[in-house]
Design a protein around this ligand. Structure first.
Ligand code: NAD
Length: 327
């Protein structure tokens, strides 16, 4: 029997390549529901899907920031069945935090992190009942190691990784698999969108040293990093296909070995506001709003505070930022 695969963010990039590749599986092992926020952007996918459209691939509307749209999409599937959930929709944001409002940062968290959580809340109870399912998240090497001027984006990927690590123990009892796919740079729309937005950053809100670092170090090397180390969306699709066909899929999978030393170092070298809230319990019993409150206190509580004191610390070239984190 065919496995049902639901993928988010399929109008471009990795999502599009993934949907087309899985639908074209030679053994026709999968039925793919390729979803996107805006169906008017389906043309490139229709083209890539070719003859699989209407056979092993169907296109559906799904906005990961809209609970009603997620429910409507899952309800429309035969028996609401999802065997393999691939959470791919995501957005980037680069630049000094002095130049981003808390609302802009929350939008990244809402798509990249809560987008996945909303979707999972919709499919997890059924997966548990069936004792079958594979949850695949397109994370990033930045889910393990933060990178200059990617503060919020990296945080959103760390959030995904922490969430999935916490869920892994439960998943075991229900025979569910979880896999985090961690690409390095991938040449997609993402790169261009993030760069173009980066160029528009109002650097007047940052001091000159920071602004200079962003423009003359970060942005200057940005394109070259993608050109030198970038993989294609099709590469990531091949890696992901391999992961979903494995009998015992790994919890983490990096697609680019260039980045492995960097992420390994993180654990070898421990160099790196005391207000926090805990929230325990099955995610089925918590609303997205409850979860957002925890994020708002534990994470944005720090970010708000940092935005207020960082410019002065930078000016004085003096300061020590201590965060009470957790194992
Ligand atoms: P992309 O911009 O081509 O694809 C992202 C897709 O997500 C777009 O189609 C966009 O429309 C969709 N999306 C955004 N908000 C949405 C919403 N609310 N509901 C539904 N869809 C929404 O970029 P990509 O490189 O293909 O990115 C896909 C994933 O890969 C992202 O999670 C990204 O963080 C991750 N990733 C990308 C890179 C890279 O360098 N490109 C590296 C590592 C990880």
């Amino acid at each position: 029997t065919q496995k049902v695969v639901l993928i988010t963010g399929c109008s471009s990039g990795i999502g599009l390549a993934l949907a087309a590749r899985i639908a074209k599986d030679e053994k026709k092992r999968f039925m793919v529901y390729a979803t996107m926020r805006n169906l008017s952007k389906c043309e490139p996918l229709v083209e890539a899907a070719g003859r699989t459209l209407g056979r092993t691939l169907e296109i559906k509307q799904l906005d990961v920031c809209d609970e009603a749209s997620i429910k409507a999409c899952v309800d429309s599937l035969p028996e609401r069945r999802v065997d393999i959930l691939i959470s791919n929709a995501g957005m980037g944001l680069i630049g000094p935090i002095e130049c981003h409002s808390i609302d802009e940062m929350k939008a990244i968290m809402d798509t990249n992190f809560f987008g996945f959580v909303r979707l999972l809340k919709e499919v997890l109870p059924d997966m548990k009942r069936r004792k079958m399912g594979h949850i695949v998240v397109i994370s990033s090497v930045m889910g393990i190691q933060g990178i200059l001027f990617n503060d919020i984006y990296a945080a959103s990927k760390f959030a995904l990784e922490g969430f999935c690590e916490s869920l892994a123990v439960q998943a075991l009892s229900f025979k569910l698999n979880i896999s985090l796919i961690e690409p390095g740079p991938v040449i997609t729309e993402f790169e261009r969108k993030v760069y173009d937005e980066g160029l528009k950053t109002d650097l007047n809100k940052a001091d000159s040293v920071t602004a200079n670092m962003f423009t003359n170090i970060y942005l200057k090397n940005y394109k070259q990093i993608f050109e030198t180390f970038g993989q294609t969306a099709e590469d990531i699709a091949e890696h992901t296909l391999k992961i979903i066909t494995m009998k015992n899929p790994p919890f983490r999978h990096q697609t680019n070995t260039v980045y492995t030393p960097m992420t390994t170092l993180k654990y070898a070298d421990p160099e790196v506001s005391n207000a926090g809230m805990g929230l325990i319990g099955p995610i089925e019993c918590r609303s997205i709003d409850e979860m957002k409150t925890v994020m708002d206190t534990n994470f944005f509580g720090f970010v708000r505070l940092l935005k207020e004191v960082l410019p002065d610390m930078k000016r004085r070239k003096r300061g020590h930022i201590v965060v009470i984190s957790s194992v």
